[in-house]
Design a protein around this ligand. Structure first.
Ligand code: SF4
Length: 318
């Protein structure tokens, strides 16, 4: 029997701008099982980071439901949400920007414990900080150092320790390795995997990098200008990509092969504006298969194979 931790139904997040209404997230629906990872991929500006923030109510959703452990958290008060946020955490892309440069490693990690008044005495709190540092592979000798004295990998470990401080169940990882050197990326990804296995964590993993998301995710959602264009298990998506946009993204992953280079699909055409978007498929101006109907009718997300959803009028012909 599946054990759903998080269910998102028709989530929308619009922003009012001087030029009109920006449809950053436009009708996202998915279920996420406890202990699993949902990867969310797409180019910059596709709405993937806004999705993570709207789920945690760091941006108030415009409409839709976010059901966490059976409760729609879009309906609860800010006070209740603050309490619940200890169970729903976020790891940010740029560890340096997300850490207070005037605080030491121990002060940064202890911050959520202090805010939620978890410990009555400082010794117990300090003990928990050291436990968390060990958990994420930070040496005890770094306890009184400042973020600028550390490299990117260690800074991200501080961000992870801070996110784990309150024993969360769900973590949004927003491009957690894209600001790091390639050699350090694998260490941080391995750490996140180990923590998931040991602590039973559930992740939403947001990235523009499909090779990372493949390694990390059980299921993948591909977003294009605020819309989900394809949703499938990681294995299925890589074996049978169906939407023309997913195919183009996958073709850009460098794969060493004895048969020579694989052909890269270069996307041409203009990107549609997500401000007051016109009817029709948002990918149509860049799609080599676009027909007249694509510019008039928005394709629904349809289940083409069990668990494999595609939003394209001609998905059954590819
Ligand atoms: Fe391309 Fe039309 Fe499919 Fe959109 S609906 S992806 S424009 S073929």
């Amino acid at each position: 029997m599946s054990d759903i931790l998080l269910e998102v139904k028709d989530l929308k997040k619009y922003f009012e701008t001087p030029a009109g209404t920006l449809h950053a997230v436009d009708g996202l629906t998915f279920k996420l099982e406890r202990g699993k990872t949902l990867g969310v991929v797409g180019e910059s500006g596709c709405g993937k980071s806004t999705t993570g923030r709207a789920i945690l109510r760091l941006h108030e959703p415009t409409s839709g439901e976010v059901i966490f452990e059976g409760k729609d958290i879009t309906k609860i008060s800010q006070k209740e949400m603050t309490k619940l946020r200890s169970e729903m955490q976020m790891i940010f892309q740029d560890p340096f920007a997300s850490l207070n440069p005037r605080k030491t490693v121990s002060e940064i990690i202890a911050e959520p414990l202090r805010l939620h008044k978890i410990y009555k005495n400082k010794e117990e709190q300090a003990k928990r900080v050291l436990e968390l540092m060990e958990l994420v592979g930070l040496s005890e000798r770094l306890v009184n150092t400042y973020p600028h004295e550390l490299d990117g990998g260690r800074r991200q470990r501080i961000g992870i320790a801070r996110a784990l401080a309150m024993n969360p169940k769900f973590i949004v990882c927003d491009e957690p390795v894209s600001a790091l050197d390639v050699s350090i990326q694998a260490q941080i990804l391995n750490l996140l995997k180990e923590l998931q296995r040991d602590l039973g964590l559930t992740y939403m993993f947001i990235t523009h990098d499909l090779s990372v998301v493949n390694y990390f995710s059980d299921e993948i959602v591909v977003m294009y200008l605020g819309k989900v264009v394809e949703h499938a298990s990681s294995v299925d998506l890589f074996a049978h990509p169906t939407h023309p946009y997913t195919k183009a993204l996958l073709s850009a992953i460098p794969v060493p092969s004895i048969h020579g280079k694989k052909e890269r699909i270069l996307l041409k055409g203009e990107i549609t504006s997500p401000i007051n978007p016109k009817p029709g498929c948002r990918f149509a101006p860049r799609c080599e298969y676009a027909k007249e109907c694509c510019f008039k009718d928005s394709p629904e997300l349809r289940e083409m194979e069990p668990g494999h959803f595609v939003a394209c009028h001609f998905a059954d012909q590819f």
